[in-house]
Design a protein around this ligand. Structure first.
Ligand SMILES: Cc1cc2nc3c(=O)[nH]c(=O)nc-3n(C[C@H](O)[C@H](O)[C@H](O)COP(=O)(O)OP(=O)(O)OC[C@H]3O[C@@H](n4cnc5c(N)ncnc54)[C@H](O)[C@@H]3O)c2cc1C
Length: 396
């Protein structure tokens, strides 16, 4: 068993090509994009040229037929420059299109997924509602069948990419009395569908990744846009949560790595009391802690991704080891990510408080990883539930 995180030559080449692209294309514009909270319009087309919009998708859908380890590696590499845009990529590729791939019909997949891989379609996923966050199953958005159409009414909040999305996967109640078993999944094209209203939400972090508040007002979609079985949206929803949690660890890992690298550089250059601050033991202790937390986070995330890749059925969900392992990975990475970013700011002193320094953006972005994709509290609830299962095997 290899436990040294040695990537294969192909994985190293993938990381290098993505890092070259983020350094050359994204980094020079990132401070301004963040300041203005602007989304780089060509982002997905650029990623399409790199061939990383459909990493786990089969080649017949335009993808690369690789695994979740590679997905995590790509998200980590993008997040070394922008945690926020790595989240935007994850929301489109993993939350939206990967879940669609797992559950939609072949004809629709052959039509839609190649366009997503080329960067022509940006995706978003709508679960959260103003009054249904952690308790997602209490959602009230309604889909009512009328002839060969569904009429949608309700709202969704905090939807990553909604203001720029061409494609949306979302959930609505089709039989509210049946609660979680009366929910279905649907897709549609937001830019060309009447009754879809989106408002961009102002955020203090994750800027440049657009987030939307959506209202569905008598929005009509064809009956064929149902994803999965009628009233079985819960199966569609849960089939995406574990791979979402694992791959989104990449967003926090990339920021963690950059915070450490930028702090090492700064600590060696910044002179106070006639010496580089790196020579002070209190600064060294922070650097050592940052390194340990990053390495441990990396182990949690990549071992989870590698475990997921080894499974035939990657859907996870309640009662599976993947559920516990993926929740634990994001819980750990998210909390360590905030701590590492705070240490990086401290090492940079007053300069860390200035937007010109990339560590400031990493801090503002990291906090979301204790909230999005299920909060830290929800992740702890999942881990404890699975630990207390009668058939829990402590070795996995
Ligand atoms: C930047 C950003 C991007 C997002 N992107 C998306 C997206 O693309 N699609 C999408 O559908 N959603 C998205 N979300 C929503 C996100 O998943 C929710 O914010 C999250 O699930 C928490 O829901 P909430 O904000 O309503 O908080 P609440 O559920 O109201 O929680 C408030 C607090 O109460 C705690 N709490 C709740 N229930 C319990 C309990 N039983 N026990 C203990 N504590 C509890 C929570 O942990 C939290 O601390 C995004 C959010 C953000 C901030």
């Amino acid at each position: 068993m290899a436990l040294d995180f040695t990537f294969t030559e192909e994985q190293k080449m993938l990381e290098e090509s993505v890092y070259r692209w983020v350094s050359d294309w994204l980094e020079p514009q990132m401070e301004e994009l963040y300041e203005k909270d602007e989304f780089p319009q060509d982002l997905f087309k650029e990623l399409g040229k790199l061939g990383v919009n459909g990493i786990v998708f089969d080649e017949r859908y335009g993808g690369s037929a690789l695994g979740y380890v590679e997905t995590l590696l790509v998200y980590e590499t993008i997040a070394r420059v922008s945690n926020a845009l790595s989240m935007t990529v994850g929301a489109s590729q993993t939350l939206c299109f990967d879940n669609f791939r797992k559950n939609a019909g072949e004809k629709e997949k052959l039509d839609i997924l190649p366009r997503a891989c080329g960067g022509e379609l940006i995706g978003c996923l709508g679960i959260t509602e103003p009054n249904a966050g952690s308790d997602a199953m209490s959602m009230t958005t309604r889909a009512v069948k009328k002839g060969d159409r569904y009429i949608i009414n309700g709202s969704k909040i905090f939807i990553t990419n909604a203001p720029v999305a061409d494609f949306m996967l979302f959930y609505a109640k089709t039989d509210p009395e049946k609660k979680a078993h009366g929910m279905s999944a649907f897709w549609f094209y937001p830019k060309t569908t009447k009754g879809f209203i989106v408002e961009k939400i102002k955020k203090w972090g994750m800027k440049s990744s657009p987030t939307g508040l959506i209202t569905f007002e008598d929005m009509e979609i064809p009956e064929g846009n149902l994803v999965g079985e009628y009233n079985n949206g819960v199966a569609v929803l849960t089939s995406g949560l574990c791979t979402e949690r694992i791959t989104l660890c990449g967003c926090t890992l990339g920021s963690q790595r950059s915070c450490l690298e930028l702090s090492l550089k700064y600590a060696k250059e910044r002179v106070q009391f006639g010496k580089p601050i790196a020579s002070f033991q209190l600064i060294q202790a922070k650097l050592a802690d940052m390194y340990c937390d990053y390495k441990a986070s990396k182990w949690m995330a990549y071992s989870a991704a590698s475990y997921c890749d080894s499974l035939k059925d990657k859907r996870g969900g309640k009662g599976t080891d993947l559920d516990r392992i993926s929740a634990a990975a994001l819980l750990f990475c998210g909390e360590k990510g905030t701590k590492i970013a705070l240490d990086a700011i401290q090492i940079h002193g007053g300069y860390g408080f200035c937007t010109e320094y990339a560590v400031s953006r990493h801090l503002l972005d990291q906090k979301v990883w204790e909230i999005g994709a299920g909060t830290s509290e929800v992740r702890r609830m999942i881990i404890a539930r699975e630990l207390l299962r009668d058939d829990f095997r402590s070795g996995i």
